[in-house]
Design a binder for this molecule. Structure first.
Ligand SMILES: NC(=O)c1ccc[n+]([C@@H]2O[C@H](COP(=O)([O-])OP(=O)(O)OC[C@H]3O[C@@H](n4cnc5c(N)ncnc54)[C@H](O)[C@@H]3O)[C@@H](O)[C@H]2O)c1
Length: 336
């Protein structure tokens, strides 16, 4: 039995996480959930967006399954997602985007994995106003050789272990010569250690255009924190939207699995949220725990239901009458 910290999160979080937990149970995985709280819900309930009890649970289990957490724009507490990633040094954010045969998009053969540096860059939390009038502000991007080496090395190892052919580093070293320059230098130094993996480099703005026009040229992308955040929503858009894209946050001795999307306040409480991304994140969690059979069964069941396109949420089929709960039930039925 594996003990896993379960954080249901904000907005659509509790509804999609309840479905995911049912699917994981139906697949026969031996998981004991230890429920903990974080985000806006925890702030409201306990006066703390990251209560000590949550950290104590994660300290013990070293593995968490998390729903999205709301971070209010511009004001309020700092992102708890960023805090958790930094606190547990979950340095690799792995986000696979693969075309689904049943989902009609611009391309039907996208298969890209974003490997995003998850602990530093412009998300280092170093920002302040420079004047009392608050009319000038600055945010500092911190790039270290150590963190750059470990993420680039992770991307190449991931490529090798998962039979991938190519790693592309996306950067802005033409303008940000020190921070992005360091990241690019490290990528160029590490690439020759993996002669079996092709290496490519692209400036981030051009990479966005290439991703939209010819995504087939990309395989594994490694990039810094902010660029990875943006590129993973772009690649989610290439394969059918945020409701489909899972993510893993991997550290040396801890890991956290979640969807790429946020708490979607616009559809919260309406039974409209697509649970696929968190269910696929659950499958990534099971693979991480060595529960490969249950993970494979879940992936097959989700693929069947999504590709049939009948019992799916309206983001996948606007004519569908099914919502979060009905789609979850269809996936559980497909497992049987
Ligand atoms: N990892 C996380 O916890 C995480 C990630 C991103 C954003 N956020 C937070 O979420 C909040 C809302 O952010 P946002 O609106 O920019 O992004 P979002 O990802 O929540 O939503 C963007 C759009 O995608 C849709 N969408 C998202 N998930 C969906 C799903 N499962 N099924 C169907 N449609 C879905 C939403 O309805 C919305 O129109 C913010 O507070 C943000 O900070 C959290």
């Amino acid at each position: 039995m594996h003990v896993v910290t379960l954080i249901k999160g904000d907005g659509i979080g509790p509804s999609i996480m309840d479905v995911a937990v049912k699917v994981i149970a139906a697949a026969g995985a031996k998981i004991e959930w230890e429920e903990a709280h974080a985000g806006l819900a925890a702030m409201t309930q306990f006066g703390n967006p990251l209560p000590e009890a949550t950290l104590a649970s994660f300290d013990k289990t070293r593995i968490a399954f998390k729903g999205p957490l709301t971070t209010v724009v511009g004001t309020g507490f700092r992102s708890i997602n960023v805090a958790l990633r930094q606190h547990y040094e979950l340095y690799a954010n792995v986000r696979p985007a693969k075309s689904w045969p049943g989902i009609k998009t611009r391309y039907d053969d996208v298969d890209i994995v974003i490997v995003r540096e998850n602990t530093e860059g412009l998300y280092s939390g170093l920002e302040h106003y420079l004047t009392p009038k608050k009319d000038i502000a600055e945010s500092l991007a911190v790039i270290t050789r150590t963190a750059s080496e470990r993420i680039v090395d992770y991307a190449f190892k991931y490529a090798r272990d998962n039979q991938r052919r190519k790693v592309t580093v996306c950067h802005k070293a033409n303008i940000l010569k020190y921070t992005q320059g360091l990241f690019l230098d490290v990528a160029r130094e590490i690439a020759p250690c993996y002669p079996d993996i092709e290496f490519d480099e692209k400036i981030i703005d051009a990479a966005c255009m290439h991703l939209v026009m010819n995504p087939q040229q990309f395989d594994v992308i490694v990039t810094t924190n902010l660029f990875g955040d943006i590129l993973s929503d772009l690649t989610a858009g290439l394969v059918g939207g945020l409701g489909l894209m899972p993510g893993a946050n991997i550290g040396a001795d801890a890991a956290l699995f979640e969807a790429v999307h946020g708490s979607a306040p616009d559809i919260a409480g309406k039974n409209l949220a697509n649970p696929t991304a968190v269910i696929m994140a659950g499958a990534m969690l099971l693979n991480h725990l060595g529960e490969h059979e249950a993970a494979d069964r879940i992936v097959n069941a989700v693929v069947k239901v999504v590709n049939e396109g009948v019992h799916v949420t309206p983001d996948l089929n606007p004519n569908s009458k099914a919502g979060t709960v009905e789609m979850g039930a269809a996936i559980v039925a497909a497992l049987a």
